[in-house]
Design a protein around this ligand. Structure first.
Ligand code: NI
Length: 164
């Protein structure tokens, strides 16, 4: 296993639309394992964050580790949660994003078996956050124009600071 470098916003690679997995090869399984190691104690990590534009992600909220391939959200509850989300690609930020409280989803597991599951609470939020990454959508995209411009100012300052 290996730790993978994580791309950070505003890297344009984070904005690409990821491609579906057609065959689950040993390379794909290795990527998933490396992503689990790279995620460490965080809640989730999507392939585009480690510069693989593929529709897969890992998540672990409750101690149950999920390796999710080709996710599809089949149903979303109308009840909305407004939580604070962190993202390894947006370090130091806590972003409030409205998400469906419960979802029903479909995905392939690493054995290539089609799974259908329902998630609620933080697992639902994380699944939606990671699925967004596969479509090039980041948590900051949900900010109001004012909050977004404040975020941009903060991240420009941080970039300047990091260059020193
Ligand atoms: Ni993220």
């Amino acid at each position: 296993m290996a730790l993978l470098p994580i791309l950070c916003e505003p890297n344009p690679r984070l904005r690409e639309i990821s491609k579906p997995i057609e065959t689950i090869t040993p390379d794909i399984l290795r990527l998933l394992d490396d992503m689990v190691e790279t995620m460490a104690n965080d809640a989730g990590l999507a392939a585009p964050q480690v510069n693989h534009q593929k529709r897969l992600f890992v998540m672990n909220i409750t101690g149950e580790l999920f390796k999710i391939i080709n996710p599809k959200i089949l149903w979303k509850s109308s009840v909305v949660l407004l939580g604070q989300e962190g993202c390894l690609s947006i370090p130091g930020e806590s972003i409030s994003v409205p998400r469906a409280e419960a979802i029903t989803v479909q995905f392939l597991d690493p054995a290539g078996i089609l799974q259908e599951r329902s998630f609620s609470g933080l697992e639902s939020v994380c699944f939606q956050h990671e699925s967004d990454h596969l479509d090039g959508i980041l948590a900051i995209d949900y900010l109001s124009p004012l909050k977004r411009s404040l975020y941009k100012r903060r991240s420009a300052k941080r970039a300047l600071h990091n260059r020193k």
